[in-house]
Design a protein around this ligand. Sequence first.
Ligand code: GTR
Length: 344
Amino acid sequence: MLDTLLKKRDLPTLRPRGEMLDILHREIYGYVRATWDTPVFTVKENIVPNFCAGKATLNKVTVTCRTAGREFSFPFYETLIYDGKHHPFFVHINFRDSVPDRYMPTEELVDNGFSVLSFCHNDVTRDNNDFTDGLAGILYNGSRRPDDAGKIAMWSWAASRIMDHAETRGDMLDLDCATVCGHSRLGKAALLAAADDERFAYAYSNDSGCSGAALSRGKSGENIKDICSRFPYWFCENYYKYAEHEDELPCDQHFLLAAIAPRRVLIGSAADDAWADPPSEFLSALAASPVFSRGLECPDCLPKAGDFLPRGDIGYHLRAGRHYFSREDWQRLIEFIRIHGGVK
Ligand code: GTR
């Protein structure tokens, strides 16, 4: 049955990783093109004393990036467990800069042995059509080429700068167990970050839907026309021509998932999130599955609410309920990483 459903989508065949990344950047997300100096990190330590009952320290870090004599900075927050061990960690592309946050139960993550480095997407460049602030202001002097980065590619680029900083924390962080994650539009950005940057051993997108994990061909709910008319600035301009012409795309979203292999990726969906279209998210994982060493555990039919398929290097879970980044989603992610040996 699943084979038949997949065949109906008539998907382009997967290609070598480099080619898939090129297509994804050229046609959908755009390229961040500048050549950068090594970023500079300024750390303000322990901004909330006794954070997480004294198990972790919360630092505010400012990242300063320079290119061609211009510079911009953005802040992020690092919650580091300090007990002399190396801890797995999340790089969380978040909607807000609060720690903890309703999308990020920091104390629970720390209790589960994870450190967390999180930034607010708006602090990198604002979530709107204005390309003059933050990173966008540095990249563009009022003009963008059709394959220049939209905002999703910029948020994803910022996740890699957090990873640059993590590499200076090798005494506390397990650099072999970095997970980039995000919800919805920021789940799209998390997948792109993992596809591009091999330092991320795990990726998690929650409810990332259209132009994220979900296949565009045959998708219900939101489609390319919808997303490009409401949020054109998330993408490069080349993407707009595929509105109502999904079949002409030289890729589909399974390229994005496949470009993460041989590393691991978990796709989270919510059963009532028809706009994201869980079956299209699941079928995308299934279509990407052959390039992973251990493919998706394949059920006989489409998953139902509560199903969790964690054993492949590409995993999938379908939570009951609506579009939201819930504690249950975080728990699934933690279980996935544990099952794959990421928590020592
Ligand atoms: C929706 C958008 C989705 C999803 C979501 C979000 O309105 O259409 O693709 O990304 O926003 O980011 O909250």
